[in-house]
Design a protein around this ligand. Sequence first.
Ligand SMILES: O=C1C[C@@](O)(C(=O)O)C[C@@H](O)[C@@H]1O
Length: 252
Amino acid sequence: MKAIVEIRKVRLGEGAPKICVSMTGRTREELRGEAALLRTIDLDLAEWRVDFFEGVDSPEKVLEMLAELRLLLGPVPLIFTFRSAREGGQRELAADDYIGLNAAAAASGDADAIDVELFAGDEAVRRLTAEARRFGAVSIVSNHDFDKTPPAEELAARLRRMRELGGDVPKIAVMPRDPGDVLALLQATYAVSSDKEGPIITMSMGLLGAVSRVAGGTFGSALTFGAAKNASAPGQLAAAELRGLLGALHGE
Ligand SMILES: O=C1C[C@@](O)(C(=O)O)C[C@@H](O)[C@@H]1O
C-alpha cells in the first residue's frame, strides 16, 4: 500500500492537507472562465464537476471539454467527477453510461484522477479503479450523505471498503445534525488514517461541519475542498483563506 498518492506532482498524505477547488460551470464559456480564475488562486488541485455541464449527455462533448480544461489548467492536477443526484449531484446517469464516461475520462489521459462513487456497486467500482490504474490515473472512491452522519463505525467501514475495492484514495462527505456528528466524522478519520494504508479525504458539511474542513488534517484527512466563485457543497470556505489557516495548524 502506498502511504503517499501522487496526483501529478501533488503528494496526498504528506504535510498539510492539499486544497482542491471545483469548477461547476454549465457552459463551455463558464468553464473557461472558471479555469482562468483558478490559475489566479493559491490551490493544489482542481475538480471538474461534470454533472453541472450542459453537454454531459454527449461523451464526445465531455471529452472535448476535458481536453480543453486540461490545457487551460496547465500544471494543476485535474479530478474528473460526475456526482450523481442521489449523492448530492445535479444529474443521474444509467449505470452503463456512468461506467463508460468515467472509463473514457481515465483513458483520455486528460484526467489525473477520477471520482468513483462507492454506491455505483462493487463491480463498477472494481472495474473503474482497475481502469484508472491501467491508464495511470488515480482513483478516488467516494460517498456522500447530504442528510445525516452515519455512526463512526459505519463511516470507517465505508472508507475501508473503498480501499478494498481498489480505490487509491477513499473519500467521504457527510452532513452533521449536531456537533457529535462532526466528532464521529473526525473519529472515523483518525481511526482509518491510523491504519496507515494511504491517504483518505473526509469532511463534515454545512456550517456546523466547517471546522472539519480546516482541522481535518490533524485527524488524518489529506485534502480539503475550498470555494472560488461557487461552492460545490455546503460549508466550503473560500480557497483564498484556506492556505493561511492550514499553515497555522500544520506549521507550514
Ligand atoms: O466529494 C466532494 C466533496 C464535496 O462534496 C465537499 O463537501 O466539499 C464537494 C464535491 O465537489 C466533491 O466531489
